[in-house]
Structures are given as structure tokens and as C-alpha cells.
Design a binder for this molecule. Structure first.
Ligand code: SF4
Length: 317
């Protein structure tokens, strides 16, 4: 089994507000192996992006990492994430314009990123920037172009080149294709997957889209209300989901190989709870058809290394 590149151990992210302490992440643990693509999926407010922000130390005040530890290559980085941010772990955002300065040529931005993170000469950095563009399918002569002269898909290609330029071991990609047309989405995901597999780079892919999870990831973590609901090999989780929330997500995803497109899709009743109205026990219990007394009182741990659901304890799943 590949060794762990990243280990997130029991982290909680809290926000001190006038209504009290609100928990955006609650005792979350996961790991990323070298070279693997781990998907994080769930509805809005599940804690997917917050997990990426916590790893990179990008939690906006008044939020804070209030407990737990994050290890990268066996070193604890919880207190100094900036030591790895950018060169060891880089980030791709949903909107390419968040990563690109509209007032500067993309070549200058690429070269600056390379020089910030690598100890090489400017001429070597320019060569590397040209190669980076070529790898993502953009003519190196476009180094002198400004971001606005590219289409959305091409801009996201530039952002991938920017993220890969410092040769990171891990990329956190937060909904990297959500803002793009479906056909372009597939191209960008294929490109990211290919380049990372070639280099042995791991990816944490944050998405709300089960189709993207199925197509792209090796393992998947399903998040609900800031907690891990289920984690495992993507194929196993999608073909035999254990947690009722995962089942709901799978059943509400249209499949081309079934008759699901002919009938109405399953809907999970209700919605994700707000941070200031978190249900007791299993946070999913108000929406769960299988909820029992214990579910309203005790938070289930991850059982059998797979899902946080009391049904698993009784062998009912
Ligand atoms: Fe449903 Fe209970 Fe399992 Fe939560 S612990 S998912 S409420 S059965």
C-alpha cells in the first residue's frame, strides 16, 4: 500500500460568534496516499472546502483550527502551514480569475511563481514556464498574453500550469471545473488526472458532483455537516454505499446505463443543517429514513473503517 503523504487527524474548525462557538469541521480525520486522487463530496455546507482551507491554513477569521493535527510527509504542519503552501501543496480554485492577476501577462505570473518556490535562474524559469504551458495544451508563445484573452477552459489550463509549476506533491483542487461547460469540464479533469499521474502528484478533489467523483478519483470521502460520513475506494463506495446519506447521493445521480433518466430521480428530503442549528447525535438523523433512538443521542464514529452510521454496528448494512 502506498505510504501516506498527508494525514489529517481529528481536526475541528470553530467560529466564535455572538451566538456561541459554531463548528464547521468536527473531529475530521482522513489521509491521502502518494500519487492518489482523493475526492471529497457532499452538499454545500458539508465542509469540503473548509477541509482544504484548514490543510493550507487559509481559514478566514474568526474561524480557527481549534483542535487536531495535520501531518505532511510525517511532519506536523498545523502551526505553520505556510511552510508547505504553494510549493509542496498547491491549490486550484473554482474560478481561474481568483488565481490569475488580470493586469499581468500569464508568463510573468508563471515565472514569478516558479522563482518564488524554486532555486533556479530566470532563464531556466522562463523555459520551465514555456514547458508548463505546452504540457497543458497552450502554445508557449501565449506567455505574453493577458488572462482576459483566454476562454474559461484555457484560463483553467493556465491555472493548472501555475499549480504544477513548483512541482508540488499535493494539489487541492476546489471545484476546478464547476464554472466550465460540461465538454470542457471533462477535458480539464482528464488533463489534471494525466499530468498528476505522470508526476506522481496526489490530488484532493473537492466537488459536489458524483459523476466527477466516479470518473476521476481513486478513493472518496463523503462529508456531511462537517463530519466524515463515509470513506473508501471509489468503486466500492459508489456501487455499495453504506451510509444512508451516501446512498441518497448515489441514488440522486442520473446514470446513463439505467432507466433513471426516464423516471424522476430520488431526492434526499430536507437540507443540510445550519451551523447554529446542528442536530444532536448523528447530524443526518432528521433526514434519515433509518434513524433510531441512539441516532438522536450519540454521534456515530467511523465503523469498520468505512462509514459513520449506527446501522453498521448492528450489521444492518
Ligand atoms: Fe441514519 Fe442513524 Fe445511520 Fe445517522 S446513524 S445515518 S441517523 S441510521
Amino acid at each position: 500500500m502506498a505510504e501516506n503523504l498527508l494525514e489529517v487527524r481529528n481536526i475541528s474548525v470553530t467560529f466564535k460568534t455572538r451566538y456561541g462557538i459554531l463548528k464547521a469541521l468536527d473531529n475530521l480525520s482522513l489521509n491521502v496516499k502518494k500519487g492518489e486522487i482523493l475526492g471529497l463530496v457532499g452538499e454545500s455546507g458539508a465542509g469540503k472546502s473548509m477541509t482544504g482551507a484548514a490543510i493550507l491554513g487559509l481559514i478566514d477569521a474568526p474561524g480557527q483550527l481549534s483542535s487536531g493535527e495535520i501531518f505532511y510527509k510525517d511532519e506536523c504542519i498545523s502551526d505553520a502551514p505556510e511552510a508547505v503552501r504553494g510549493h509542496e501543496i498547491s491549490m486550484i480554485f473554482q474560478d481561474p480569475l481568483m488565481s490569475l492577476n488580470p493586469l499581468r501577462k500569464i508568463g510573468d505570473q508563471l515565472v514569478e511563481t516558479i522563482l518564488t518556490h524554486m532555486n533556479i535562474s530566470k532563464s531556466e524559469a522562463i523555459k520551465k514556464a514555456k514547458n508548463g504551458l505546452k504540457e497543458v495544451g497552450i502554445d508557449p508563445s501565449r506567455l505574453n498574453s493577458y488572462p482576459h484573452t483566454f476562454s474559461g477552459g484555457m484560463r483553467q489550463r493556465v491555472v493548472i500550469a501555475l499549480a504544477l509549476a513548483p512541482e508540488p506533491s499535493l494539489i487541492i483542487a476546489d471545484e476546478p471545473t464547476t464554472a466550465l461547460d460540461v465538454s470542457v469540464q471533462a477535458q480539464i479533469l482528464d488533463l489534471l488526472k494525466k499530468l498528476c499521474k505522470e508526476r506522481g502528484t496526489s490530488i484532493i478533489l473537492v466537488t459536489h458532483d458524483m459523476g466527477v467523483i466516479a470518473e476521476t478519483t481513486d478513493r472518496v470521502g463523503v462529508l456531511y455537516a462537517g463530519r466524515l460520513a463515509e470513506i473508501g475506494n471509489t468503486r466500492e463506495v459508489l456501487t455499495d454505499p453504506k451510509h444512508p446519506y451516501t446512498r441518497g447521493l448515489v441514488e440522486s445521480t442520473p446514470r446513463i446505463d439505467s432507466n433513471s433518466f426516464k423516471k424522476s430521480l430520488f431526492q434526499i428530503p430536507g437540507s443540510m443543517p445550519k451551523l447554529d442549528a446542528m442536530p444532536s447525535g448523528c447530524a443526518f438523523h432528521p433526514r434519515c429514513a433509518f434513524a433510531s433512538d441512539i441516532c438522536t443521542k450519540k454521534i456515530p464514529p467511523i465503523l469498520h473503517k468505512r462509514a459513520a452510521c449506527w446501522l453498521l454496528e448492528n450489521g444492518e448494512l
